[in-house]
Design a protein around this ligand. Sequence first.
Ligand code: PMT
Length: 223
Amino acid sequence: AHSQDLAGKSVLVTAGGTVERLDPVRFLTNDSSGKMGFALAEAAANRGADVTLVAARTTSEPIQGVNVVRVESAEQMLQAVLERYDTADLVIKAAAVADYRPAVRANSKIKKSEEKLVLELERTTDILKTLGERKKHQFLVGFAAETEQIERYAMDKLTRKRCDLVVANDVSQEGAGFNVDTNIVHIYGEEGLVEALPMLQKREVADRLLGVIVNRMKAKTAK
Ligand code: PMT
């Protein structure tokens, strides 16, 4: 029944784990496979949207009908997303963006010695928060990867980052979160819990989430 309910809409999705380099051959990253973001991009394209997927490190297969922009670091993802933000109708941030990066990136391979090596990390820019601050007509959806007090942290992210929806996954549960084919999500809006979905394939999670999003985008423009 949803067929082409995103026709004419420009959708920006982020996926994967960012890569923060220490030197030419070493980096910090996380367990994100990109599966959740890729599923969202595919589902949105199937509903007729013009989809751009900004993808960091992933193990996912490329998908048909989606424009893929490859990035490495949080900083590159920020630039790629900002360049496309003004023309986007819907932005979904499923990527696992590093909160910290090495303060110094060595130009040549770091040599070992007998001493301890201390790494200094500095904060990256919070992309979602930046998008929230610059929000105009866009419908903004964030993810929240939590292990405790899911609702409290999800609602806190929704308010602080000015999201229209936050999708929380309890990444301590089996069959949810990083690097698996399924997910268990709770969708939160301004009013609190909107929907709690059971364990489903990520592609199915994507469709159910897009269903909620489309309804809310319609309600927003009707106002
Ligand atoms: O890729 P998969 O293997 O399929 O796994 C999916 C997933 C677990 C990565 C995904 O479902 C998910 O939860 N993505 C968000 C992970 C995350 O970084 O959560 P967070 O609670 O740390 O961040 C909250 C939100 O802020 C996220 O939308 C994130 O993209 C965004 N963020 C975070 C830090 C930062 N510097 N910039 C950001 O935009």
